[in-house]
Design a protein around this ligand. Sequence first.
Ligand code: DX5
Ligand code: ZN
Length: 217
Amino acid sequence: MDNILSPSLLSIDFNNIEKNANVLDEAGVKWYHLDVMDGAFVPNISFGPPVIKAIRKITDAFFDVHLMINEPKRYIDAFKDAGADILTIHYEACEDLDETISLIRKAGLKVGLAINPETDTKVLKPYIDKVDMILIMSVHPGFGGQKFMPVAIEKLNKVKEWSEKINPDLLIEVDGGINFDNVSTVLDAGANVIVAGSACFNGNIAENVSRFFEVLG
Ligand code: DX5
Ligand code: ZN
């Protein structure tokens, strides 16, 4: 399976979003990571469906929508209409996780399941063959530009082991604090979808992206 780079648009210059999105596309980026925050599940507010809908008009990229919101099942149709391709929900944010997963599927979208750094990896095991992607958070969600938490490595190892046995097509995403120094380590640990916000958008975007592609292969 090819590794995927999913730049987090939380760190894009929103005054120049179209120009910068074009730079991503021309550099060969296929996924956009879109961080939705509700000020309740996480202590920050970002953007929602109207902004995603606007970005949808300027790119054909696959929209990897990371929902850091409580009870995301209330907004599945809104994100579908906005142009999401996969909705990743948090284990910690859903009262009825199975119902939420099946509602996302019924809407015709792919589904991802995320856990925070302090959540035990074992809660994911029953879902390895029920979702398209597992997201291991390597920072406390809420803000870009934080430091990578090494606890993510053992979590990725476990998910990779389960995926080999149960669901070899599973996408394994890691999000938070990924940079040129630690990206090889998370790939070795089992990640195949790499989110990077500040490391993509600080400095020259095209150069940063091509540096990531060199490591991702
Ligand atoms: C954090 C978000 C991340 C964030 C990553 O809550 O989920 O996607 O934007 O940013 P960096 O790569 O700067 O840690
Ligand atoms: Zn994210």
